[in-house]
Design a protein around this ligand. Sequence first.
Ligand SMILES: CC(C)(COP(=O)(O)OP(=O)(O)OC[C@H]1O[C@@H](n2cnc3c(N)ncnc32)[C@H](O)[C@@H]1OP(=O)(O)O)[C@@H](O)C(=O)NCCC(=O)NCCS
Length: 179
Amino acid sequence: MNGFNCDPVPTLHTERLILRQLKDQDLQPIFELRSNPKVNEYLGRDRSLSIEDTKEHIRTLQKGFQNNEIALWIMTKPIDDVMIGSVVMFQYQQENNSAEIGFEMKPEFWGNGFTSEAVYKVIEYCKTQIQLDSLRAVVQNGNEASLKIIKKAGFEKHEKLEEDLFEYILHLKNFKYAL
Ligand SMILES: CC(C)(COP(=O)(O)OP(=O)(O)OC[C@H]1O[C@@H](n2cnc3c(N)ncnc32)[C@H](O)[C@@H]1OP(=O)(O)O)[C@@H](O)C(=O)NCCC(=O)NCCS
């Protein structure tokens, strides 16, 4: 047991979104996200340069799902089921019953509150269903939208990891679902 039993993840509903498991049709939107310099600006990851890179990334994700190491929710709008972003949980730490959370959204949808809505729902799920004790988020200074989301949820700065890169922690007993 590495942390989650989330293969497949359960479908979660928010006011405006459906959060569902990964499907084959998500390949192109995932490529668009991973190849977009604006999305990658604060993420410190290699940009996908081809659909092949993205397929390799998806294979890694699928291994993570099978091993209960990664849980991924695809954000979609109910009207068309097209991926607009994602929320992921990974890096489970048994010693403190904690996982890291990450999220990304296609730039054309930024600023509508969609990610906040989805992240809060996943946090609530982690608290009530997976019964984690805490969540971690690693955020770079300057990533203002991301910092707003985690601070509103109650994450607090915990540790400096690198110049300008910090780990934040949310103790889930303190989390109350409210937007
Ligand atoms: C972080 C990210 C997912 C936010 O997505 P989003 O759907 O725009 O988020 P929301 O609309 O819920 O906005 C959250 C808050 O940030 C604010 N915000 C959105 N874009 C912003 C920007 N470019 N600069 C400053 N604040 C911004 C919103 O106004 C909102 O503030 P409020 O709660 O006070 O109203 C998106 O910017 C993104 O994909 N960034 C690249 C990937 C990334 O950095 N992920 C986080 C890794 S930890």
